[in-house]
Design a protein around this ligand. Structure first.
Ligand code: 8YV
Length: 303
């Protein structure tokens, strides 16, 4: 009899198949099936697989009284009750550095897409507008822009390294200055925003970074400012962001993440100055394969 493995998020099929050789898979991808587990013997699970966006609902974690391992197909642990995991001795494995390059690539892609209006111009061509007259708007050059990175961890640093050859001026905010880093350090996001044209959000999510980019920070960034967020929607006050994009107090945004995914504020959908993505930072085949392989190995080695 195979041990049961609880899946709160799917893996790529080939990697799921490797797990299926060893385990009896129980999928609970939505709220209703997770609630149903409560009356179906939740104590039988010792291991679960989830991803960064899903985490583990606290009530489910409480019900899984024999849980020993949470394998995260991602790097974010902001939707996992770390205190409870620690107190109960539940191990958490993440995919660590495997998605750093993909997320950093996505940040640069989104920034360029926003400045050069790639999505807007694409819509212009598709809608047959070109023969009626040339594209009416000019983009913004990246060279010379002052780019502030909020959260200069692994992903933030990888974004900075990619942006350097574009000739930008880099600065950052972190809880602490990064050793041997030559970019200007700002002890708070407000001072960083006041010194920048573009703010790239790369900080980990969770209560510690919630609304780090608030109304004051957005005000300091100003009407020519652009925000790129590849981290978590929770780091930015989304209501403020949307209001400022709508009335011109902010120039533009490129967003891979949102406060209440998969819900995207309706107002954003009609704006030409935003680029919107459905949380695709790590979504390359190569990266997702490497991540899934890491998850499979972690789960198998724990049994
Ligand atoms: C993943 C993420 O796409 O790693 C994370 O925390 O948010 C994403 O990069 C997500 O975990 C889906 O696997």
């Amino acid at each position: 009899m195979k041990a049961e493995l609880l899946m709160l998020a799917p893996l790529l099929a080939d990697y799921q198949a490797r797990l299926d050789e060893r385990f009896q898979r129980v999928c609970a991808f939505d709220e209703a099936s997770r609630r149903a587990l409560l009356s179906e013997g939740p104590e039988r699970f010792t291991t679960l697989v989830t991803n960064g966006g899903e985490g583990v609902p606290p009530w489910l974690m409480q019900a899984l009284v024999n849980l020993r391992l949470i394998a995260v197909n991602g790097v974010g642990v902001d939707r996992i009750d770390l205190e409870q995991a620690h107190a109960r001795g539940i191990a958490i494995v993440t995919t660590d550095d495997l998605l750093t390059d993909a997320v950093a690539d996505q940040a640069v892609a989104l920034l360029l897409a926003q400045l050069r209006q790639v999505c807007l111009a694409d819509r212009f061509v598709r809608q047959g507008q070109w023969p009626l007259g040339g594209f009416p708007l000019l983009g913004t050059s990246l060279r010379g822009q002052r780019v502030g990175i909020i959260g200069l961890g692994r992903i933030g640093m990888a974004i900075a390294e990619r942006l350097q050859p574009f000739g930008v001026v880099l600065a950052y905010h972190n809880r602490r200055p990064r050793a041997a880093c030559t970019f200007a350090y700002h002890a708070d996001p407000l001072s960083l925003a006041a010194a920048c044209d573009i703010l790239v959000v790369a900080a980990a999510g969770g209560s510690g970074s919630r609304h780090l980019v608030n109304a004051q920070v957005l005000e300091a960034l100003g009407p020519n400012g652009v925000i790129v967020n590849v981290a978590r929607g929770s780091v930015v006050d989304e209501t403020e962001l949307v209001a400022r994009l709508a009335d011109g107090r902010l120039a533009g945004a490129a967003l891979d993440v949102f406060a209440d995914e998969p819900q995207v504020p309706e107002a954003l959908l009609g704006m030409d100055n935003v680029v919107l993505q459905p949380h695709l930072g790590s979504a390359t085949l190569q990266t997702r394969q490497a991540m899934a392989d890491c998850v499979v190995r972690a789960v198998i080695s724990a049994h």
